[in-house]
Ligand binder design. Sequence first.
Ligand SMILES: Nc1ncnc2c1ncn2[C@@H]1O[C@H](COP(=O)(O)OP(=O)(O)O)[C@@H](O)[C@H]1O
Ligand SMILES: [Mg+2]
Length: 145
Amino acid sequence: MFKHILIPTDGSETSRNAVKAGIKFAKEAGAQVTGLYVCPAFHVLTYQVEMLEASKEKFSKESARRAIKYLAEIESEAKHAGVACDAVSVVSDRPYEEIVRAALQKRCDLIIMASHGRRGVKGILLGSETQKVLAHSTIPVLVYR
Ligand SMILES: Nc1ncnc2c1ncn2[C@@H]1O[C@H](COP(=O)(O)OP(=O)(O)O)[C@@H](O)[C@H]1O
Ligand SMILES: [Mg+2]
């Protein structure tokens, strides 16, 4: 039934578990997967122009390094399972918007994501992005706990 699954990750342990489960599910379903990491945008934190340039460059490098690392995890997991996989990263401060947008653009028919991410499980029913994806997505969402 499901043929193209979007698996967003923030690189957290809970996300990594959801990635593993999502890829197993894709294998059983005979589906392909798309991994997505949304990099936070750079914000001006200093009034010194020379520091700004230096910190922007550092920030971009760090972001690129994280994107490569998180997406490589999905790609290697998929490769190991023999599941076709594509991985993308975009820059935005609203991960849920990019998750919903990517699902539409890539014509995915299911999103698999963890119930919680980097901020963790303490006392909150659902993570902030997961809540918003559930509210805005027009395609099915599987929340992995
Ligand atoms: N920057 C991000 N890029 C891609 N996916 C994300 C990002 N942030 C959160 N997600 C998705 O949302 C899931 C839950 O994270 P989130 O809702 O942010 O929880 P928390 O509030 O605990 O950080 C993650 O497993 C991941 O699928
Ligand atoms: Mg989060």
